[in-house]
Design a protein. Structure first.
Length: 660
């Protein structure tokens, strides 16, 4: 039996910053663009003033009889967060930004990552969070979860086992709300059973081992699934508990009760919903051009002095749809922490010049992205001619050799990157140099030979290659806007010229991200680009380019990804060919393997098949990223892992950030 218990957050991430690797070289000088804070941050602020056990604003409410005493609001065993720099002080507004109304991931990553388990700051292990401790059986079939006695929702109502039972049985396993149960709850063809043992203890049992169950509970996609559904609030909007729920939906202009339930269960769209998060949304997403969240008086974490967290009074997000406007405001110092949207290489000199006037410094991002832009041909194309050509490995190898990555690196990436395929990073335990570097040499003649070998020998009067149907092979590569990486359009336009030079008519089409999502889900695309996750720390969690696991966005075989995600049960999905199907079966076996080393061995076999198949075309890897942090914001580590699945910066514990 293995037991996971709470422990203090270590400071290894901060202390390890000197060993992460060389910083990005400067374009106009190393000092200007260095991510090292140098003397500007030493020290960042003055020693703290004395503070009490709670924020002064809450203490006043206690005095006025509007709140119970802080001891009554905290659980019997609060989670104690060790500060990165020092114990903080109360007060202030954390200023942040969202890139449009769909940027909910940033809200979740800053104030909403509160699951049963969480990542430690260094991204080395999973530790308890909402759960006080977890016991796992030796065969990984049974998990006993102990909750914190006395823990409360943000409205003061008790949180406990009944909330987990409701979330599991009435929501996640309800076919009207979830037609397909989340994959991490289903192993051996059936979902786990959840049993309430007492008010603060539940036990999950699987028919077969669930080797990565605790890891799943730390993932941003599933971390809060069992603990963000307060039964005392949401049962009014659930058909099992309220026979009049359809009338409630109609009264709010909604067609069905599941639509009503989804609206009421929204973390960022419904200010009435109780939460376990450190801040409560008071101005929800969609009501204005900003989102506001204020301190949760019942938050269940403290600092080492026993003072209730969070330190910061409120978080305010400006909702801005133009990345250039965000860049301008960032250089003016209007945002306290920026790790996305504008922290690209072309923008680095701009942000560097604004550091003094804007009052911010650089921090280092230890990136999990193994590629800045992966090009995905649609191997499951609806057009049988393009499908056959795109599935031909010689076509993909030829197009890869046709890319002049050195030119691409200089023209778009400021010579900061290196040629790289869709393969784990050098600091990954799954690193394979051969996989990373294969077919990255620029060789137009070799590219031509591979394309000829694929049958694309004939050319039309304009010199473009003709397919077996007698028509010109035209590849339209779709790019979603606003792009996650702002230079995708420029980079893909340059690649298009490289491909035209070897006779492949290539066009770049930009479109709204919502439309891009819809088109890839509907399998209406020739090709698309996306960034390369799965490079460090998240290889096994998000193997998006190693075999088809996703039904949208990552655009190389979305119908096969749908088959994987539903284990072949969705009639609209397409059964994949032998190689990817074999990888899927291996991955499912890996998920049911209790021993960690055996799981890693299986995953290495999956990677070997991906290497041989060469499904997608990588371009450039940037070894290190950067962000900006205001000099008034403290307890932010100097180095932060950067990944969607790490939920940057959530595991660094924003509740212990404070403002000077």
């Amino acid at each position: 039996m293995k037991v996971w218990n709470n422990r203090g957050v270590s400071r290894r991430l901060l202390l390890r910053s000197a060993g992460v690797g060389v910083g990005l070289l400067a374009v106009t000088g190393c000092d200007l663009l260095s991510t090292d804070p140098g003397g500007q941050q030493s020290p960042r602020g003055k020693p703290n003033e004395p503070k009490g056990p709670e924020a002064p604003s809450l203490a006043r409410q206690v005095k006025d009889g509007k709140l119970p005493a802080v001891k009554m609001r905290l659980p019997e065993s609060p989670l104690v967060l060790e500060p990165v720099e020092r114990v903080g002080v109360y007060g202030g507004t954390w200023n942040s930004v969202l890139l449009g109304p769909s940027d909910t991931a940033w809200v979740q990553s800053t104030i909403g990552y509160e699951g049963l388990m969480r990542w430690d700051p260094e991204w080395t292990e999973v530790v308890p969070n909402v759960a006080e401790s977890v016991e796992a059986s030796a065969d990984a079939r049974e998990f006993t979860i102990y909750l914190r006695a006395g823990m409360k929702w943000s409205d003061g109502q008790p949180f406990g086992a009944d909330d987990l039972v409701f979330a599991y049985e009435d929501v996640l396993l309800n076919e009207e709300l979830f037609p397909v149960a989340p994959s991490w709850l289903v192993h051996g063809g059936q979902p786990a059973t959840l049993e309430k043992l007492d008010d603060h203890t539940v036990r999950l049992r699987y028919a077969v081992p669930s080797g990565m169950f605790l890891t799943d509970l730390a993932r941003i996609e599933s971390s809060a699934a069992l603990v963000d559904k307060p039964v005392h609030y949401l049962r009014e909007f659930h058909a099992t508990y309220n026979p009049e729920v359809t009338k409630l939906a109609e009264a709010e202009g909604l067609a069905t009760w599941p639509e009503l339930f989804a609206a009421k269960a929204s973390d960022w769209g419904n200010a009435e919903k109780p939460t376990l998060n450190g801040w409560i949304v008071t101005t929800p997403l969609g009501d204005s051009n900003r989102v506001v969240a204020k301190r949760n008086p019942y938050y269940w974490k403290t600092d080492p002095d026993g003072s209730q967290l969070p330190y910061i009074d409120e978080v305010v997000y400006q909702v801005i749809s133009d990345a250039q406007v965000i860049l301008l405001k960032a250089t003016n110092g209007e945002f306290d922490l920026v790790t996305r949207h504008v922290n690209s290489l072309p923008n680095k000199p701009v942000l560097a010049r604004g550091r003094e006037s804007g009052g911010y410094d650089f921090l280092k991002l230890r990136t999990s992205y193994m590629n800045e832009m992966v090009i995905s041909l649609n191997l499951a194309h609806k057009d049988p001619v393009k499908r056959a050509l795109f599935q031909n490995r010689d076509v993909r190898i030829g197009l890869s050799h046709a890319i002049n990555r050195d030119e691409l690196n200089k023209a778009v990436f400021q010579s900061q990157g290196e040629p790289w395929q869709a393969a784990p990073n050098p600091d990954s335990e799954f690193y394979d140099e051969g996989m990373a570097k294969q077919f990255t040499d620029y060789d137009a003649a070799l590219a031509e030979r591979h394309l000829d070998r694929a049958g694309l020998v004939d050319k039309d009067s304009d010199g473009f290659r003709v397919g077996p149907d007698g028509n010109r092979l035209t590849i339209t590569v779709e790019v979603a806007l606003p792009a996650l990486v702002p230079f995708w359009v420029d980079a893909m336009n340059l690649v298009a010229e490289h491909w035209k030079a070897v006779g492949v008519d290539t066009r770049v089409k930009t479109e709204d991200r919502t439309l891009y999502d819809e088109r890839t889900r509907a399998n209406e695309h020739d090709a698309g680009v996306w960034n390369g996750t799965g490079g460090y720390g998240d290889e096994m969690l998000g193997p998006l380019y190693y075999f088809p696991v996703q039904a949208a966005l990552v655009a190389w075989a979305t119908p096969w990804g749908q088959w994987f995600s539903t284990r072949g049960e969705d009639p609209a999905a397409e059964r994949p060919p032998d190689a990817p199907r074999r990888q899927m079966e291996m991955y499912w076996r890996m998920l049911e393997t209790p021993a960690e080393e055996e799981r890693k061995r299986i995953f290495r076999e999956i990677l070997q098949i991906a290497k041989e198949q060469f499904y997608t075309i990588g371009t450039i890897r940037i070894p290190e990223g950067y962000g900006t942090v205001s000099r008034r914001l403290h307890n932010v580590p100097a180095v932060i892992p950067d990944s969607y699945r790490y939920a940057t910066p959530a595991p660094t514990n924003p509740a212990q950030y404070f403002l000077s």
